[in-house]
Design a protein around this ligand. Sequence first.
Ligand SMILES: Nc1nc2c(ncn2[C@@H]2O[C@H](COP(=O)(O)OP(=O)(O)OP(=O)(O)O)[C@@H](O)[C@H]2O)c(=O)[nH]1
Length: 319
Amino acid sequence: MTGGINQEIEDLHWNLGLLQNLEVGLVVLDRDSYICMWNGFMENHSGISASKAIHQNLFSLYPELPAPWLQKQIEAVLLLSNTAYISWEQRPYLFPFKSHRPITGSAPYMYQNVTLIPLSSPTGQIDHIGILIYDVTDNAIGQQKLEAANQQLQSLSRTDGLTGLNNRAYWQECLEKEFDRFARQQETSSVIMFDIDHFKKVNDSYGHQAGDMVIQTIAQTLGQYVRKTDIAGRYGGEEFGAILVGTCGENAKVFAERLRSAVEATVMPYGEHRLSVTISVGIAEVTFEQASALEWLEQADQALYTSKQNGRNQVTRFE
Ligand SMILES: Nc1nc2c(ncn2[C@@H]2O[C@H](COP(=O)(O)OP(=O)(O)OP(=O)(O)O)[C@@H](O)[C@H]2O)c(=O)[nH]1
């Protein structure tokens, strides 16, 4: 019998030793949030010894904690007798511990997953709560880096390399979205397409590099003229498009005329040369008669063709 008790005490001693040295934070609170256990991990990262922490109210000891939120979580765990998990994605950390990992030196604090466990007494009553703090800084930083890389990749896959505008595939995707939005919300929009006039001559006379520089300059002008909500793109070699969100055909014509005259007035120095070009523009407003975004685009393209036919350097609205 005595041996049994001795064995139990020994087991308890071992268990406490393990909990004390666990690479996980362990805090046990009573129903009034007074600390009953504060393991080595908590001591190391908080700088507060167990002898100082135990018998203290957690929220008095740690005023930085999000008290109303944590109290609500604790109450729910005690009431429902259910374990609660809080991931770093919901709340990056509970205890404001510094990150000590050398490879994640960029993390200002330790990211934490937190588990709240209801603890029952020998009589079966839930009168304590265990808080486990897992240091997930490496995972969190890894995931954040991956997300940033994905975002960068996505942005690259949508961007035209020469001009920095949206590329054709992404721009067309936006046009389709705008067409669907019109079907749902009936808010008008217009699309403009434009093409640099006699661009072949620029390449032939000054070389491909000069041609590229002209394309970049026109793209910049377009970028300066569109609103933040508009979507500008490079459709092809020297052809551009812009979705003028919430703009009727009449106002799109005013916009296009301004853009046309700005391009005409732009002088582009290239070596000892001063280059200038003009653009032909086509406009189409979205309508219920169009069966698809493609038909909407084709109407703008037809209007652009009319501008070319009628002598270039002009704006035509599809009627
Ligand atoms: N420098 C450069 N040239 C390009 C690029 N993409 C297409 N081009 C050139 O753009 C020219 C387009 O010529 P065309 O389609 O005949 O039209 P244009 O000379 O502009 O004449 P119009 O459109 O009828 O006024 C071709 O010479 C293409 O090689 C590019 O990225 N850079």
